[in-house]
Design a protein around this ligand. Structure first.
Ligand code: HEC
Length: 129
């Protein structure tokens, strides 16, 4: 390898690193949209936040409620394409059931859109396949 070749390939590596960083930054809003499952689990199980476990079964919770459906079972039915429905359930369940007792977490600003995305990301980790 000639010295000039080495310099060339190093130059390219720098260029590709730059391109990679550019795409990582460009993709950040997508990650944000995808939600943070770890945060979501905390929100879902914390009384002062989502407190989903007051009404729903979620794994690894001491005496979860059973007023609402078991969310592990419910999530088996949702495909990724139906993610927006899961979001809507949490944002405002009245769209599906006008008489629901589930709080409208989005409409009433109990949770931010980001927190709802986080919870949904967590719920999708409960899918077994
Ligand atoms: C006060 C009780 C209550 C709380 C708190 C609650 N839910 Fe619900 N949820 C329900 C009930 C009851 C249903 C069944 C549908 C209905 O009756 O409207 C339901 C339905 C759902 C569904 C649809 C399930 C299906 O079978 O398709 C999802 C998803 C859901 N809840 C997620 C959540 C999440 C996530 C939280 C926390 C952020 C939460 N719920 C908090 C009562 C509650």
């Amino acid at each position: 390898m000639k010295v000039t070749d080495r310099v060339d390939s190093r130059g390219n590596a720098g260029l590709w690193a730059g391109v990679a960083v550019f795409f990582m930054i460009a993709a950040m809003p997508l990650w944000a949209h995808a939600g943070n499952a770890k945060q979501g689990e905390k929100i879902a199980k914390t009384r002062s936040l989502g407190n989903c476990v007051a009404c729903h079964y979620l794994p690894k919770v001491e005496s979860p409620g059973d007023i609402g459906p078991n969310l592990v079972e419910a999530m088996q039915e949702y495909t990724m394409a139906e993610r927006k429905d899961v979001v809507q359930w949490i944002r405002d369940a009245r769209e599906f059931n006008p008489h629901t007792i589930m709080p409208p977490f989005g409409t009433n600003k109990i949770l931010t859109p980001q927190q709802i995305d986080d919870v949904v990301a967590y719920l999708y980790t409960l899918k077994k396949k």
